[in-house]
Write a protein that binds this ligand. Structure first.
Ligand code: 3PG
Length: 215
């Protein structure tokens, strides 16, 4: 992954993972994320609204580091990039998707759940991977164990992370950033309660600043 992307993700620290219900909520949500102090989003391809939401955010909040998540195929990766996504994130290591991204110079963060998958990604020339589902796999202990053999690999742990444990992850040198859905709960999004979402984002950003004061 290009260095600049790594720097951006390290400084943002926490990436909200979002399942959009309607593209109408995309622009006000993105504004709430920015105001709360986390100018990044992973919009998951788990809803019909994903592509149009990415397009809306890219237009209204061009400074935001906008990622597409739950990308399972090269076709979805292409749709996401055409809509304005700047990075592709997937739950597993799908070589078709990885190679499409590498060939098109698009940052890609594939999910890994084992050393074998990390090595598959290394062979593709990647040095940043997602650890998913992080808590189920052993969380912080798993990442500490991975730091031994894979000292050059950066991780984006996601899955089971919340305000209560995000700091433990962010304190690890091999964690680039964490991902999590806790800042944008579906019920608040559906109700358009963007002020409350902003409060949750602000709490997360404050935690990041405590654990990583230089960011
Ligand atoms: C993901 O796709 O990364 C996860 O579903 C997010 O996990 P969480 O909902 O446990 O934060």
């Amino acid at each position: 992954m290009v260095n600049q992307t790594q720097q951006i993700l390290r400084s943002i620290g926490i990436v909200p993972v979002i399942k959009m219900d309607t593209p109408d909520h995309a622009a006000p949500l993105a504004a709430a994320l920015r105001r709360g102090g986390l100018p990044a989003a992973e919009i998951t391809f788990r809803s019909e609204a994903a592509v149009d939401s990415i397009r809306a955010i890219a237009k209204k909040e061009p400074e935001m580091f906008l990622c597409a998540g739950t990308i399972l195929t090269p076709k979805q990766a292409q749709q996401a990039v055409e809509a304005g996504a700047r990075a592709i994130i997937s739950p597993g290591t799908n070589l078709d998707t990885v190679r499409w991204c590498v060939q098109n110079n698009i940052p890609v963060i594939p999910g890994c759940a084992s050393p074998t998958e990390v090595e598959v990604c290394l062979r593709e020339g990647l040095s940043t991977v997602k650890l998913f589902p992080a808590e189920v796999l052993g969380g912080v202990a798993m990442l500490k164990a991975m730091a031994g053999p894979y000292a050059e690999v950066n991780f984006m742990p996601t899955g089971g992370i919340g305000l209560v444990n995000a700091g433990d992850y962010l304190a690890l040198p091999n964690v680039l950033c964490c991902g999590g859905s806790w800042m944008v709960p579906g019920n608040l999004l559906a109700a358009g309660r963007f002020d409350e979402i902003e409060t949750l984002v602000r709490e997360a950003a404050a935690l990041r600043d405590r654990v990583r004061p230089q960011a």
